[in-house]
Design a protein around this ligand. Structure first.
Ligand code: SF4
Length: 366
């Protein structure tokens, strides 16, 4: 790890420092979908990045985009199994994301009870208000959202709720970073690391990037200045040949992360292999409920198989290559023609954090 000052200099100073560095092409990945949005909002792609020959590719940090299609099929089919008895709850962005066969929005159109929640805690009240129904929460997301579901499950256990289960499709950031760092096709020079996830996991889990792969990483916030500062640190570390993990979001991210939140996660979940849409199975990159919480496990309650590998392809949709940073969205033949945010073909065009949706929204056409 390397120290960064707790307060950033102003943008003009940072840009001046970037311009003072030798002009050498660089390729960095912003892992987090919220960073993809922030980078477009900052408007630096066609200005500073182009001028300094910096390529920024989007990574797999959009939770909806990496949720396995077979899991969406599973939950949609469950919703339709007994529409009079089963209620599915999940986050809004996931509704329109298609599995191989269908989406949750399609299931709702066919009469299934599918509801959007803003927080997993809402399931507690729902389960108590509707004891005649089975409330099934489809839980996706990275370390940022996991403490919320852990807390909900602890509360469900305390209240002995008998009609609430969770279909857990969590993803862990460090294992996918390892996949990206090892991929010889990518040839990355470093990572802009996710600020929100880092509030939970802290700095240490990224250490292997610098140690084992010689790649620098900067934990960054979401303002334009945060992004520019992150790029400066990445470029400066590359020039010096001294890769580290820099925490440039110290106002929010503690070196040790949020210990209480991590304890809660550990209490409720254990790591397991998981399938990432378009990427494949990654060892120990997801969560399963611990045995103590078996009564709240949707898979056990309804006799569902866990999705570890999902071999089916996605036709002409190239979401997998987009999520791995191998292509930019406009390189997909369907981008902006047969695939738009109104009529999305793949998950990367559905979510507000998806790379394809943001390239479309911010006018980065072919
Ligand atoms: S533009 Fe649409 S079809 Fe192409 S990769 Fe993105 S989501 Fe898939």
């Amino acid at each position: 790890m390397s120290e960064a000052p707790s307060k950033h200099p102003d943008a003009a100073t940072v840009i001046e420092r970037i311009r003072a560095l030798p002009l050498r092409p660089a390729k960095f990945m912003e892992v987090c979908g919220t960073h993809t949005v922030a980078i477009f909002r900052a408007g630096i792609r066609n200005t500073l990045l182009a001028e300094r020959k910096i390529e920024l590719v989007s990574g797999p940090g959009c939770p909806v985009c990496v949720t396995a299609a077979a899991e969406i099929d599973d939950v949609a089919q469950l919703a339709l199994r007994e529409p009079g008895r089963i209620t599915i709850t999940t986050y809004g962005d996931l509704l329109r994301s298609k599995g191989h066969d269908t989406s949750l929005a399609d299931a709702r159109a066919k009469g299934a009870d599918v509801r959007v929640v803003l927080s997993p805690n809402e399931n507690i009240a729902l389960a108590q208000q509707h004891p005649e129904r089975e409330i099934v929460f489809f839980g996706i997301g990275f370390e940022t959202t996991q403490p919320g579901l852990a807390h909900t499950l602890l509360e469900a256990e305390r209240r002995r709720l008998a009609n609430f289960t969770a279909y857990v499709s969590h993803k862990l950031v460090a294992p996918v970073l390892e996949v990206l760092a090892k991929d010889p096709r990518l040839k990355l020079d470093g990572f802009v690391l996710p600020g929100h996830v880092s509030t939970i996991i802290g700095e240490e889990p990224y250490g292997f990037l610098a140690r084992d792969h010689g790649l620098p990483g900067v934990i960054a916030g979401f303002e334009a200045l945060d992004i520019i500062v992150a790029l400066y640190y990445l470029l400066a570390m590359r020039e010096k040949g001294e890769p580290h993990i820099v925490n440039a979001y110290k106002s929010v991210v503690l070196p040790e992360g949020n210990i209480r939140a991590r304890e809660m996660i550990d209490q409720v979940f254990e790591p397991t292999d998981a399938h990432w849409r378009g990427i494949g199975a990654i060892p120990m990159s997801g969560h399963v409920l611990r045995e103590r919480f078996a009564a709240f496990d949707t898979h056990l309650r309804f006799g569902l198989e866990r999705v570890i590998e999902d071999e089916s392809g996605f036709g002409e949709c190239r979401c997998g290559e987009v999520l791995l940073g191998l292509i930019k969205p406009p390189e997909c033949g369907l981008f902006g023609t047969r695939c738009t945010p109104e009529e999305p073909v793949g998950a990367c065009m559905v979510s507000s954090e998806g790379a394809c949706a943001n390239y479309f929204r911010f006018g980065q056409r072919r």
